[in-house]
Unconditional design. Structure first.
Length: 320
């Protein structure tokens, strides 16, 4: 093996740093609790590896060579990095961090969710960056998580991938959003039979391998709904309901933001529909990283305030 590629372990690097500092084999032996022959052997090995005397004798005693001083600085840096690797996860300080985080977020959460996440993110980590990526049926988010292109994906699929870590963000009731003049907006009008017979706006799927909550439930009943309009964005759907007979089924917290801004009504989905579950997914590579645990905590805290108990009363139609 050539000298330039000879192996150097951490012990030799520590001996090198100590020799430059102490300039004495005997003092290094005491400092490192080693025998003098052991340190002499290490010095001989260092000289062979680096093709340099490391220490030379002068009138005032042993002094390091110029090459040894350069190696000492590099060895210190290498040992510091190794010590950091072996000391476990580093502490994360949001206030001083300049990290960039990547979040894949479909638009089936209320706009206030990302707004509140942004507020907390900026308040706690003013120097960090948050990049939000869209989800689509062609986007392989599992690969992106595994390769570090994404840190977290938010989803609501009935069967999330078991290869990823998962944390529940919130559970919310399913509501049927529709124009105020839609006959199904009347109290008690939305039965399962009328729901199946209605014309629906449906979202295009965000994942090729996942069926939506509504379709999954209807499949268990051996039923299907008539999807008249399919849209790639949840935020577009409510605007298509005004003045039409169309129905859009979505989570209560999402529906209510449009009830307050458009001439729409939200009524509970027919009895038997499951609640919609939202969760965050991440890869094992970031499971114990303090920075990513901090971000997951922010998402969980913001999501916990989305579905409020008093929303059900507000969701009921004004007319009896």
């Amino acid at each position: 093996m050539s000298r330039s590629h000879a192996p150097v372990d951490t012990y030799l690097l520590r001996v090198l740093v100590a020799l430059v500092a102490e300039r004495s084999v005997s003092r290094v032996a005491v400092r490192m609790n080693q025998t003098q022959p052991a340190i002499s052997t290490a010095l001989r090995r260092l000289r062979e590896v680096f093709a340099d005397p490391i220490l030379v004798r002068e009138r005032s005693g042993m002094v390091p060579t110029e090459r040894a001083l350069q190696l000492r600085d590099r060895a210190r840096g290498a040992l510091l990095e190794i010590d950091r690797m072996l000391s476990g996860p580093e502490q994360f300080e949001p206030a001083s961090s300049a990290m960039t985080f990547h979040l894949a977020l479909p638009d089936y959460l209320a706009m206030s969710f990302l707004a509140d996440v942004t507020t907390r993110f900026r308040a706690e980590a003013p120097h960090a960056r948050l990049v939000v990526h869209p989800l689509s049926v062609t986007y392989d988010y599992e690969r992106a998580l595994a390769q570090g292109e994404l840190d977290i994906v938010i989803g609501n699929w009935p069967q999330p991938p078991d290869r990823l870590h998962l944390s529940l963000l919130l559970e919310d009731d399913l509501m049927c959003l529709m124009g105020k003049n839609n006959p199904l907006a009347a109290k008690g009008a939305m039965t399962m039979e009328r729901y199946i017979a209605a014309r629906h706006v449906v979202p295009t799927p965000y994942a090729a391998s996942q069926r939506g909550v509504v379709e999954t439930h209807l499949a268990t009943l051996r039923q299907t709904r008539e999807a008249c309009i399919a849209v790639p964005y949840f935020t577009v759907a409510p605007h298509l309901l005004v003045g039409t007979d169309l129905v859009f089924t979505t989570a209560r917290h999402f529906a209510m933001q449009f009830v307050h801004t458009l001439p729409l009504v939200a009524v509970p989905a027919p009895q038997g529909f499951p609640r919609m579950r939202f969760y965050q997914l991440w890869h094992d590579r970031s499971q114990h990283e303090p920075a990513h645990r901090w971000l997951r905590g922010i998402l969980a805290a913001v999501a916990s305030g989305l579905a409020r108990p008093d929303a059900a009363e507000a969701a009921a139609p004004a007319s009896a």
